[in-house]
Ligand binder design. Structure first.
Ligand code: AMP
Ligand code: GLY
Length: 431
């Protein structure tokens, strides 16, 4: 089969790496892809991932059999529907289904209507009314832009002033553009977060192994929010009981609700959860694989990813075997100094092969090829170093050893990835 993968980050590199292991994958193209993927992909420049016509033309000219879509923007832009209308199969959510991520108010209303556990909330399209409501609520309180804001449209306000300013920033100053013409104001949930991704064909939904990411830039979960500084899987906070609870109370009802609303959901459903007193509640849904969760989840998948994706697209997931390794995986994101604020690009990277020779995977997130097999930094998040081992401790050690083998000017990474898993293990030892 000929496969086309849409996207260019560390998540897409991981998807390409895993799809390439399928005996059915004869050739993989990527639009636009990244330099790290070139070992097993042909990367295609010059086509926007939001240009459905140009993507279809490429698919037809190259006789692509199956398209896999990584990021949310092309899903929200209806790429799956467009390809479907031209008889091309793909893995991903349709435009109507992708609204579960594209509109927070849609997702919240769906959860309310179908009794899916989530934080209490109200929706506003008027700043004064939002402020009046906030004045009568408990603090901290969470203010969210309704639309896509690259993970940045969420403000957790500790004081009333911060909350009122957040409303102005989103609705009046339009810091997140049209994404902020509506806001969701919601109750702050105090607990531990986990990510539960799931494969679904619209009827059957199968959770993947659980994971946890690290959104803040600095150790101890301090500093600014980023696109993700690291991840690990499985997440010990997601006990088998909690996975069962989340499947029955969240994943399955959500898939049924989407079907009932005429928005059948196929692809990967990402449930961002908050575990509060033993109960899993939804923080957010995403219509795609998580980044950097994918980098730790897929290396633990023992089954053929391409087969699973095709069965999701064809509505045959119930007959699909999905097996997971009992290992743990850890991902450390190496970033350019200064990220997520301004940072420099174009610094030569040294040591990728050395890191790989230790037995780790190195996925590219923001690099460019400078000559031959040499790379330079080309983004805030530069590389994802992933280690797998039979214990989380060993995976952490190996990942850090490999991260230490790589260097570039002003390289930064967190030194405490997976600290929550270690703290849980410590507690268990002391019981
Ligand atoms: P979202 O884009 O909705 O996932 O929000 C980004 C991050 O803000 C989440 O990963 C949480 O860490 C945090 N967050 C969002 N909503 C809440 C909430 N209701 N209570 C506590 N933290 C939240
Ligand atoms: N890791 C968070 C996300 O993919 O949205």
């Amino acid at each position: 089969m000929k496969i086309l993968l849409i996207g260019s980050g560390g998540r897409e590199h991981t998807l390409a790496w895993k799809i390439a292991q399928s005996p059915r994958a004869d050739k993989i193209f990527a639009i636009p892809g990244n330099p790290g993927m070139k070992d097993f992909c042909e990367c295609v420049d010059g086509i926007s991932i939001l240009d459905n016509d140009a993507i279809l033309k490429f698919v037809q000219e190259n006789q692509i059999d199956f398209v896999v879509i990584g990021p949310e923007a092309p899903l929200v832009n209806g790429l799956v529907d467009f390809l479907d209308a031209h008889g091309i199969r793909s893995f991903g959510a349709s435009r109507l289904a992708a609204e579960i991520e594209g509109s927070k108010s849609f997702a919240k209303n769906l959860m309310k209507k179908y009794s899916i556990p989530t934080a209490q909330y109200e929706i506003f399209d008027n700043a004064d009314r939002a402020k009046e409501y906030i004045r009568n609520q408990k603090l901290p309180i969470v203010v969210k832009a309704d639309g896509l804001a690259a993970g940045k449209g969420v403000i957790i306000a500790e004081t009333l002033d911060d909350a009122l300013n957040a409303v102005d920033e989103i609705m009046t100053q339009k810091s997140f553009g049209e994404a902020g013409s509506k806001i969701v104001v919601e109750e702050f949930m105090d607990g531990e977060e986990a990510s539960l991704l799931a494969f679904t064909d619209g009827k059957t939904i199968v959770p993947m192994i659980s994971s946890q990411d690290h959104k803040r830039a600095l150790d101890g979960d301090l500093g600014l929010n980023t696109g993700g500084m690291g991840s690990y899987a499985p997440a010990p906070v997601m006990t088998p009981e909690l996975i069962d609870q989340a499947t029955k109370k969240i994943l399955e009802p959500t898939i049924r609700a989407m079907a009932q609303e005429g928005r059948e959901y196929r692809g990967c459903l990402y449930a961002g959860l908050m575990i509060v007193d033993g109960v899993a509640k939804v923080v957010e849904f995403n219509c795609r694989f998580g980044d950097p969760e994918t980098q730790v989840v897929l290396p633990l998948l023992e089954s053929d990813l391409l087969e699973i994706m095709i069965s999701c697209a064809e509505g045959k997931l119930d007959s699909q075997k999905i097996e997971w390794s009992s290992d743990s995986a850890v991902c450390i994101v190496l970033t350019a100094g200064g990220y997520p604020k301004s940072y420099q690009k174009g610094d030569a990277i040294d040591g990728i092969e050395r890191a790989k020779s230790l037995g780790t995977l190195v996925f590219h997130a923001g690099t460019k090829e400078i000559e031959g097999k040499k790379f330079a930094t080309n983004g805030g998040r530069v590389l994802d170093v992933v280690a797998k081992s039979d214990s989380i401790e060993k995976a952490i050690d190996l990942a850090y050893k490999a991260a230490g083998a790589i260097s570039f000017e002003d390289m930064h990474y967190r030194k405490d990835i997976a600290h929550r898993a270690l703290e849980r293990l410590e507690k268990l030892k002391n019981v």
